[in-house]
Design a binder for this molecule. Sequence first.
Ligand code: ASP
Length: 342
Amino acid sequence: MVTTLAAAAAAQQPTHHWAIVLHGGAGVIERATMNPKTDAEYRASLTQAIEAGAAVLDKGGSSLDAIEAAIRILEDNPLFNAGRGADFAADGKNELDAAIMDGSNLDAGAVADVTRTRHPISLARAVMEKSPHVFLVGLGADEFSKYAGLEQVDPSYFFTERRWQSLVKQLTKEGLPIPPRPVGAPAPPPVPVAEIEPPDAHKFGTVGVVALDRAGNIAAGTSTGGTQAKRWGRVGDSPIIGAGTYASNQSCAVSATGTGEYFIRLTVAREVCSLVEYKGMTLQQAADHVIHKELTDLHGDGGVIAIAPDGQMAWSFNTPGMYRAKLAEGGKLQVGIYNDEP
Ligand code: ASP
């Protein structure tokens, strides 16, 4: 009898349609200067990652699992500024930041300036699930990573020639010293690597995913190498809960990308959700207000992706482009790069 009642109650639970939105960074990414092969590579990479996340959701997996699966793929992809392919700090090191947040219970985990974990998003999740803390940084976070059993790599694993040459170019322009080539990096090529993106593009390649699962729970995750040539232990918005990453089933889940200094001061991710929660804005209105009004008024640049428990999906950015994709159960995959695309 009890079992029958429980089964009946379970059958009455609304099953949500899953949905997922992903970004791979925003900035001066323009059709006119993008070569078609790179354009196609980015679209294929975004598709591969979102399909991995969607497959998890489709099997009834949690939004957290979908986010982690999609971000791990992007962290392994050198096209993006996260994990392998991360930007370099001015001292020639890759210092990685990541955060994840569970909208069902406001649990969160974040790490900054980690140097040896292959998948920083999984480390952020381990902080959330296996430590009593929310935010670990630097050596302590690296130490916890080993303790939590995450895959360790030599720091040279994150090295890519393209990002290194880009750092050298920027430091030269700023009149700053060029650090030695990282130990363990491959020998320099005889000729400079081809620019994958336009030279001096003010761009980002941070990655982020927000998702809604069949249980109706939303979550958000973000992973980044931060901004190129960052100095003095700089940390951006990505790992800061409420700034670059936020999720609450009461309102929405958001992942941001852009110049973190502005996103921190505006607590962008929480601000979008507050507008939804307290002002009754739609998700798109809230995202547009924060990006096109608040961020733009402060002269900040970048964008957000967002999702709500009722299935609303949104993205908004004030830069010429943002690598992005979205997919909802039963819907059509949408992938975009430039601001003239839907
Ligand atoms: N928001 C990141 C940071 O400031 C950079 C990015 O989005 O690419 O660290």
